[in-house]
Write a new protein. Structure first.
Length: 296
């Protein structure tokens, strides 16, 4: 029986890891489409390895995808030497997969370049890349690039990761302005700022979670529904009514916001006298939500 249980656990783990890689790959492909269709054709260096590669492409005629391979290989080499092997396999996979798809869509199997209007290119390029990057981030991975620089500065100078990332990307934008002109440099700064806000906005939509506390005489049925139908966890908290002086079981549930309607609909049908408290959970760390190793 123990052996069977362990095998079942391993199968669940493999299935979960496979799902993470599938969604991370999808996020990388979406990011590559945004970079190739909007940013590269208009020379918008929106930070990161791709932004630096766009500037270097203007200086030396190597394709952007090739420059990204060189930049990320050098950054990983420096990162391994200075920070150590503090890079997940998924991050390495996503980083070089992004390089591959950018090069593929840019040179080998070209995809359409949609506009020459810089404002439209910045807005749509940022929206598409933000969706892709956010999807990759939710699978506990990243696309490398300037993230590695931020890790190095964080280790040796205790510099905040977010601040270091922003400063590094802004330096790339200044470099772009120096090489390609003030106008494109300002568009690069605009793209970096919009991209950061869009990633936060998309992540909040994808990862937003809700904490629900339920007091009901039908708590067993509700707990069973959460466990079996929603595939979420639930915790009992022992309570006592101040007015009735009766012992009560309070059900604590944390789920994604998109799952809330299904839960409320079930409780409404089951127990119209249920007492429900709903509050936003800003961060949920643990199984089924964010990995503690990838927070902050």
């Amino acid at each position: 029986m123990v052996k069977s249980s362990l095998c079942g656990g391993e199968n669940v783990s493999r299935k979960y890891i496979f799902k993470e890689y599938v969604f991370a790959t999808l996020g990388v492909i979406i990011t590559a489409i945004g970079v190739v269709s909007f940013l590269i054709p208009n020379s918008i260096a929106a930070g990161g390895a791709s932004g630096l590669a766009i500037v270097l492409n203007r200086l030396v005629g190597l394709p952007v995808g090739v420059w990204m391979y060189i930049i990320n290989a050098l950054l990983f080499l420096v990162g391994f030497i200075t920070v150590g092997k503090d890079f997940s396999l998924k991050t390495i996979y996503c980083t070089f997969l992004l390089n591959f798809f950018v090069d593929l869509f840019d040179r080998i199997v070209p995809i359409p370049k949609f506009t020459e209007d810089l404002i439209i290119a910045v807005l749509f390029g940022d929206i598409i890349t933000a969706v892709g990057m956010a999807l990759t981030f939710t699978q506990n991975a990243s696309t490398g690039g300037t993230d590695i620089v931020a890790r190095i500065f964080n280790k040796f100078f205790a510099a905040p990761m977010g601040t270091t990332l922003l400063m590094t990307d802004l330096l790339i934008a200044i470099f772009a302005g120096t090489v390609m002109g003030t106008k494109l440099g300002m568009y690069a700064v605009l793209a970096i700022l919009i991209n950061g806000m869009m990633i936060d906005f998309v992540l909040k939509g994808i990862e937003s979670s809700t904490q629900v506390m339920v007091i009901s005489d039908k708590h067993e049925e509700i707990a069973s529904f959460v466990l079996k139908e929603l595939k979420r966890g639930a915790t009992y908290i022992e309570g006592k009514g101040a007015y009735t002086q009766k012992d009560r079981k309070i059900l604590l549930i944390v789920l994604r916001r998109r799952e809330l309607g299904e839960l409320i609909s079930f409780i409404r049908k089951l127990d119209k006298n249920a007492f429900i408290i709903i509050s936003e959970a800003r961060h949920v760390i643990g199984e089924g939500f964010q990995n503690i190793g990838n927070v902050f």
